[in-house]
Design a protein around this ligand. Structure first.
Ligand SMILES: Cc1ncc(COP(=O)(O)O)c(C=O)c1O
Length: 439
């Protein structure tokens, strides 16, 4: 670790100088708090990014498997998105009025995810917050439920987790909660239908907000039949089921919902749909829409707690149309998913040949290794096997050899611009790291 840390510092004199300067004007020397979590002594500074590559200010090229933690899953600067955004910049960035692109986006999201009616926001966090509000409105129930070790953006109610003895408490690191989330939220382990049944049976929960597979604690896949049973229990108890596909869109053009033919009541998607331009959306069934409309007086639409001046603005809708229409297409997924399979088998071969007690999980175009021999069944199990120091070492090792992985976990994401050579270079670097660790 010491050697890799020294190499990192040596290789990045300009980034180091920028960081020294940044510490005088930016809190912790970064524009956004989680940038402190990159593995080096200071963050890289980006000079440019194109396709699946990033170039830093010290002149190093990186294969980017982080892809802005899905924000750049369409690749950096996809040409159709740039062209559409450039056109829209000259036609009006925001006017508080709709453009035709909004209709196109609603129709396309409906086609992909099977829900007919859509609203747009700037972030997936907002889309989740608004979905929860609408669910409370139409059910008249006070609580929400989530999976243990979830992440759905900075949505206050979701910052709850289970203790070892099964109590709900505010999760570690939750900064200044306005209300104790144990009062607003029920938490159930992933893949635990009995716990879900217990959490929803008294009909106090307005909405169950889930990722169809956990991604943020590390990939945890649903057991066969789990999502079908979740649908059955939520329907039976009158709980609004919200699928958050913001990361699981990696499973295919319609995320896991489209791929599995699931029918949630609401669905949230964000990050990548604008190709990097801030854009997110939430969709709903006709039944949810009818109940929402019946209970939301039009004269209060601007003060109801759902909004955002730039939500649904022209630039973001132009970006969505180009990105979904021409970049993150079904054909693109047909190239991206085999690349993730290649990544998975390369890492698997290294793990097997060195007899390392680790495991790889893949979900469509996203793959990840875990420091445990079998796949995790719930978030707690994955959490217990996390090893921040080992993770930091592997990330630093990769960065020093021209590869970026997502800082919070060992995740690699494929974009339409990623190549087989990019993937094979990762396998090579991973093999060297494992050899250095295990001999
Ligand atoms: C599943 C999921 N939903 C929502 C969000 C929030 O996205 P944003 O930070 O763009 O609001 C995230 C962010 O990582 C996420 O992983």
């Amino acid at each position: 670790m010491a050697r890799e840390e020294a190499v990192f510092v040596d290789r990045h004199p300009r980034a180091r100088a920028f960081h020294d300067r940044a510490r005088r004007s930016l809190l912790a020397g970064v524009p956004m708090n989680w940038m402190v979590r990159w593995a080096g002594a200071f963050p890289l500074y980006v000079a440019s990014a194109a396709g699946a590559h990033v170039t830093d200010v010290d002149g190093h090229d990186y294969i980017d498997f982080c892809l802005g933690d899905t924000g750049a899953m369409a690749g950096h600067g996809p040409a159709p998105t740039i062209a559409a955004v450039e056109r829209q910049l000259r036609r009006g960035i925001t006017t508080m009025l709709p453009t035709e692109d909004a209709i196109w986006a609603g129709e396309e999201l409906g086609r992909r995810f099977g829900l007919p009616l859509w609203q747009f926001t700037i972030t997936a966090t907002d889309a989740n917050r608004f979905s929860l509000r609408l669910a409370r409105l139409i059910t008249g129930r006070p609580l929400v439920a989530v999976h243990d070790r979830n992440y759905h953006g900075t949505v206050d109610e979701t910052f709850a987790w289970l203790t070892d003895d099964g109590r709900v408490e505010s999760r570690q690191g939750n900064i200044g909660p306005q209300v104790d989330p144990a009062l607003t939220t029920r938490v159930v382990p992933f893949n635990d239908l009995e716990a879900l049944e217990r959490a929803l049976s008294d009909r106090q929960v307005a909405a169950l907000l889930i990722e169809p597979a956990l991604t943020n604690v590390g990939i945890v896949l649903p057991d066969p039949g789990y999502l079908e049973e979740v649908r059955e229990i939520t329907s039976r108890t009158g709980t609004i089921l919200i699928h958050d596909e913001t990361h699981t869109i990696c499973a295919g053009p319609g995320g896991m919902t489209g791929a599995g033919g699931y029918s949630p009541d609401m669905l949230v998607i964000g990050k990548t749909i604008g190709g990097g331009i801030p854009a997110a959306a939430y969709g709903m069934t006709a039944d949810v829409a009818e109940r929402v409309t019946a209970l939301s007086p039009e004269e209060d639409a601007d003060v109801g707690g759902i909004g955002g001046t730039l939500a649904g603005y022209a630039l973001s809708l132009a970006a969505i149309r180009a990105t979904l229409g021409e970049v993150l297409t079904a054909e693109a997924f047909d190239r991206m998913i085999p690349l993730a399979e290649r990544w998975e088998s390369g890492v698997n071969e290294v793990i097997a040949s060195r007899d390392v007690p680790w495991h790889v999980t893949r979900l469509g175009a996203r793959a990840e290794y875990h420091f445990m021999p079998d796949r995790p069944r719930d978030g707690m199990e994955q959490w217990r096997h996390a090893d921040p120091e080992l993770e930091r070492f592997l990330h630093l090792w990769a960065m020093n050899r021209g590869i970026l992985l997502t800082p919070f976990h060992n995740m690699a994401l494929m974009s339409p611009s990623t190549t087989a050579a990019d993937v094979d270079r990762h396998t090579e670097v991973f093999e060297e790291a494992v050899a250095a660790l295990f001999g």
